[in-house]
Design a protein around this ligand. Structure first.
Ligand code: NAD
Length: 323
């Protein structure tokens, strides 16, 4: 008999690799799918799998989630009990270069997984959504019941589309689905396109940084271990239908994050203050009442603890790999 397992899409991604590790530590069998696309250096994706998952027993498929036939073969081969769907074209600004990458991975890819979940009677699905779907909110903190029909980036529009398709699959086929809206996730093995990574790089290389929004932006920075904990809780809870914010619930100014980078690296950054970039929101701040009530989830790590951990990882990683 085939052993029941959890499929983690985007398994070589920043969040995917941490979630997969935690699931395997908890005794689950995990199948990873990732296409190692070059949106950012795939060497980092390879290194995550090699280093973070070295001591684990996992199966990895280098497959595009939008390739229905290739994905169906995986479902035929394994007994997939749950899907943890994290693969996506992330980032707000890249849509100006390749808008179709968002439609391909976030819309077509998500639909492919929902179809397979239905066909193979998967027990439950957890889908990564994003704080960006709130756009420029009328009030803060933002709640899951707030209106989200004015996405100000294509990324946000496709993430909202994923949630809407998920609801229809829940409604039509009684498929239990939880959509998790992540708020600016950061920590070791993080993404090179995100501010903390590029500010740390610039500090250590003695280069200036571009600070958008004239430095007046605020983000509800959420540490990776807290996010991985929330994803695992959502998979284990198996709620019939839920949309849940996973954020720290404490917005921090971008300038404060920069001060923490300066303190952890021991360098002072030269800052070019620039206007807001199209698609960026001024502020993110999650109301996390629902995450506490439905999942029993509570974030534990402050930005003051998390930034030095990221900087330490960055130093260790790039002392053996050229940036
Ligand atoms: N990191 C954050 O702050 C944040 C915030 C909100 C939402 N999210 C969402 O969380 C999820 C994980 O984000 P992340 O930060 O780990 O990003 P990531 O880019 O590091 O991980 C995504 C992974 O998916 C893979 N992928 C993309 N398209 C694919 C496809 N068509 N087929 C197979 N694999 C594909 C990529 O190669 C990558 O390894 C994404 O859905 C993202 O939109 C992240």
């Amino acid at each position: 008999m085939k052993q029941a397992c959890i499929l983690v899409t985007g398994g070589a991604g920043f969040i995917g690799v941490h979630v997969a590790r935690r699931l395997m530590q908890g005794g689950h069998r995990v199948i990873l799918v990732d296409n190692f696309n070059p949106y950012y250096d795939p060497a980092l994706k390879e290194a995550r799998v090699q280093k973070l998952l070295a001591d684990t027993h996992h199966t990895l498929y280098r497959v595009d989630i939008a390739d229905h036939n290739a994905m169906r073969e995986i479902f035929q081969k394994h007994s997939i009990a749950s899907i943890c769907h994290l693969a996506a074209q992330a980032g707000v600004r890249y849509a100006a270069k390749d808008p179709f990458a968002y439609e391909h991975s976030n819309v077509q890819g998500t639909l492919t997984l929902l179809e397979l979940a239905r066909e193979f009677s998967v027990r439950n699905v957890v889908i990564a959504s994003s704080s960006s779907i709130y756009g420029d909110a009328a009030h803060y903190p933002v709640k899951e019941t707030d209106i989200t029909d004015k996405p100000i980036s294509l990324y946000a529009a496709t993430k909202r589309a994923s949630e809407l398709m998920a609801y229809s699959y829940h409604h039509l086929y009684n498929l239990p689905i939880t959509c998790l809206r992540f708020f600016t996730v950061y920590g070791p093995w993080g993404r090179p396109d995100m501010a903390l990574f590029s500010f740390t790089k610039a500090a250590l290389e003695g280069k200036p940084i571009d600070v958008f929004g004239q430095g007046h932006m605020a983000r509800d920075f959420t540490y990776i271990d807290d996010i991985a904990d929330g994803v695992v809780k959502a998979l284990e809870k198996n709620l019939p239908w839920a949309v849940v914010n996973l954020g720290r619930g404490k917005p921090e100014s971008l300038m404060h994050m920069i001060e923490l980078v300066e303190s952890a690296t021991g360098k002072t950054l030269e800052k070019n203050l620039l206007p807001m970039q199209p698609g960026d929101v001024q502020k993110t701040w999650a109301d996390i009442t629902q995450a506490k009530a439905l999942l029993g989830w509570e974030p534990k790590t402050s930005l003051e603890e998390g930034v030095p951990r990221f900087v330490q990882w960055y130093r260790d990683y790039f002392s053996s790999n050229t940036p």
